[in-house]
Write a new protein. Structure first.
Length: 318
């Protein structure tokens, strides 16, 4: 497979200088079936600026590290890999990789996702420099593992636009795919300082909020792919939870949102609305988990409470 990749000289050929402008950050764990596609999508990027690839391997025990070493050997000037000494069990990458980041922006791609447009970095970098924002995103195609089904994620129309921060708050699910993020390195570092308050929570929402003070630059091009249901992914772990797990998620979300209010006090009203939306989501998840139980009243109570919360909340301002 490595023979299908461009050489290091080919990747660097159109760079105007060796000064890194973007760090591509990949976090992986036991992604032996996916990591090649992920890294191939990155080294296939055609840019006139220098980029580097920082990989945080969370103690993979399959063949992932072999693939990473092959890329290190082929791209010694581009790849910088941190091999963790133990697994952090689904918690976001720790801080050991921070000293490896360079440039003005970080482009993110988890090890089981991949980029499908060779001009992705060039397009996003040009737009974010032009508009002076902190975060640029785009749609992704979703591939459901084990089936031929596909879907579209983060489609907000066919025009380049600035999306408001309030939109992130009002959505039930994630605002944009992680593999679409091009984010200011300063905002990414702010997120890493905040991250200790949200252990166990998906960090995407909090990263999106912290980086969207100027809104979010949206490009309509579909430039990445998201695998849903891949082994060791967050989407798979969510199919294995219990009611107690969901209650724990709710407690963690409330704690994380309370801390967010300290970072962004002007968003207080929207943060309180988000708490309600998170509680509704957790109640619906518990309703689903209890729907097959013998006592149907328990499941029904979750649904009744969720409905009442939404009525009390009223229409959201976007």
């Amino acid at each position: 497979m490595m023979s299908t990749l461009p050489s290091q000289a080919t990747v660097k050929n159109s760079w105007k200088s060796e000064e890194v402008k973007v760090t591509c950050l990949v976090v992986c764990y036991n992604h032996q079936d996916y990591i090649f596609d992920c890294l191939k999508g990155i080294v296939s990027q055609k840019t006139d600026f220098a980029f580097k690839v920082v990989v945080y391997d969370d103690f993979s025990t399959d063949e992932t590290r072999k693939v990473l070493r092959d890329f290190e050997e082929l791209y010694p000037d581009i790849f910088d890999i941190y091999y963790a000494d133990f697994n952090h069990y689904g918690v976001a990458a720790q801080d050991e990789h921070l000293g490896k980041l360079e440039g003005d922006y970080v482009a993110m791609c988890e090890g089981d996702d991949y980029w499908i447009d060779n001009l992705k970095l060039k397009k996003q970098y040009a737009e974010i420099c032009k508009r002076g924002g902190f975060l640029c995103v785009h749609p992704a195609v979703i591939f459901f593992q084990g089936s031929s089904s596909e879907d579209l994620f983060c489609y907000y129309g066919n025009q380049v636009k600035i999306l408001p921060q309030k939109l992130i708050m009002g959505l039930k699910n994630q605002f944009a795919p992680t593999a679409s993020y091009l984010i200011s390195i300063d905002k990414y570092l702010e997120y890493t300082r905040y991250r200790s308050n949200i252990k166990g929570l998906p960090g995407d929402f909090f990263l999106e909020i912290l980086a969207s003070d100027k809104g979010v630059i949206y490009l309509p091009d579909i430039m990445s792919a998201y695998r849903r249901g891949s082994e060791n992914s967050h989407s798979v772990r969510q199919t294995q939870v219990t009611v107690d797990d969901v209650n724990g998620d709710l407690t963690s979300w409330v704690r994380g949102l309370d801390v967010l209010k300290e970072y962004r006090p002007h968003l207080g009203r929207y943060i309180e609305e988000k708490k309600t939306l998170v509680e509704v989501d957790c109640l619906l998840r518990m309703h689903q988990l209890e729907s097959n139980a013998s006592d149907k009243e328990v499941s029904k109570r979750y649904m009744v409470k969720a409905t009442q919360l939404l009525r009390d909340l009223g229409p959201l301002e976007c």
